[in-house]
Design a protein around this ligand. Sequence first.
Ligand code: GLN
Length: 494
Amino acid sequence: MAELTRLTIAEARDRLRGREFSARELAQAHNLAVEKARPLNAIVLETADRALDMAEVSDKRIANGEEGVLEGIPLAVKDLFCTDGVRATAGSRILGNFVPPYESTVTANLWNAGAVMLGKANMDEFAMGSSNETSCFGPVENPWRLPGNGSPIVPGGSSGGSASIVAARAALGATGTDTGGSVRQPASFTGLVGLKPTYGRCSRWGIIAFASSLDQAGPLTRTVRDAAIMLTAMSGYDPKDSTSADVPVPDFEAALGGDIKGLRVGIPDEYRTDELPAEIAALWQQGLRWLEDAGAETRDVRLPHTKYALPAYYIVAPAEASSNLARYDGVRYGLRVKGEDLVDMYERTRAEGFGPEVTRRVMIGTYVLSEGYYDAYYLQAQKVRTLVARDFENAFEHVDVLLTPTAPSEAFAVGDKSDDPIAMYLNDVFTVPASMAGLPAISVPAGLSKSGLPLGLQLIGKAFDEETVLRTADVLESAAGFEAEPEPWWEMTQ
Ligand code: GLN
């Protein structure tokens, strides 16, 4: 049944409806693939029995003609989403064996649409990272390996487990979350499509908070169509999230297939940095030509505050994180390390519960929010954020969508940047600006690097205009015709 794991979500959906196989068979094939994929360390909790139970319900619904848009589709869920009765860790020791007594809105939406849960996906601790090396469960491996010497490479982060399991053909799709690039960058590193919706499009309720003004859930899939299908199910207004947008949810799949004649595509000059590797610059140029060939008009645009977006992000995100993570005190849930008194217990619990990257962010965040530094750092960063957002508003007066590279590099070797936080942070340089502005953005696999690893291109759209982003991404995907796949080495290692 191996071929069942090679389908796209759209194909599996159509063939389930055509009764070519059952949801139970599809879930079984994926449970087996998840088991085989264990060497990747992509899944921290397998929920195989639950998957079969959910699939049986799906089979009944299909039999009764009551199927939802994702009926019977097996998905992995980033371990940042609270899942009712199923452990959620955020990749951190501090949550211990926390079993949420409630379901996040996004996952509830997916299950209501009929999706089947395969397991919880590994991730960087509290979604802080670009390589999935900061998880308390250890690093995730990219199913891709460096051709030639076969050395292990990172899947990107922080949604690295989600990306890895979908790229390994062991889940048809997965949820991720993106605060500064955590869906798009892993998608680029693993040859997948990764979509960060407009801030407010998907509810944040029940997603363990990192930086509340930036966090958004998004799908990781093998095709643009699959991203559209998943996004339709995930989205929607939620009164339980005060930042959720009360806007209609279109059928995003219906936006695909249209032509892009006359579409105005902007190329931000500021993204042409000296450090950009020549092959990524060339791919970007190629992407431009593909869109032009399809009838789009391309124009240069200016986003003058781009170079301040990353430094401002690394003030705003840690500031919000330091506040959000204050709740992990050993009192309410998760890990508790006994101390001589209450304060000692707090300190010991947090010292043992948080890893080095999270500790660094909490310290930076606390510092920039402290009296005397608040104005100099936090307030200044907020002002820069407004300027970054305004740059995009100005650009979108002249263009409909922007095309940029997703990341400044291909996937790097495990351990390559883990001792150098600044080098790690620089990997977000192209994804962070859209996050700061709350705009929808997608990474589409566009080609292979010289060393044979996937590279993505990013499209950024206007707020709540995911339809244009998806329509353009669909054209880009067809033109690129990316069909390369990793060799399934993980199947041989057991
Ligand atoms: N790599 C970025 C960070 O570490 C983004 C993470 C994310 O999007 N969750 O903050």
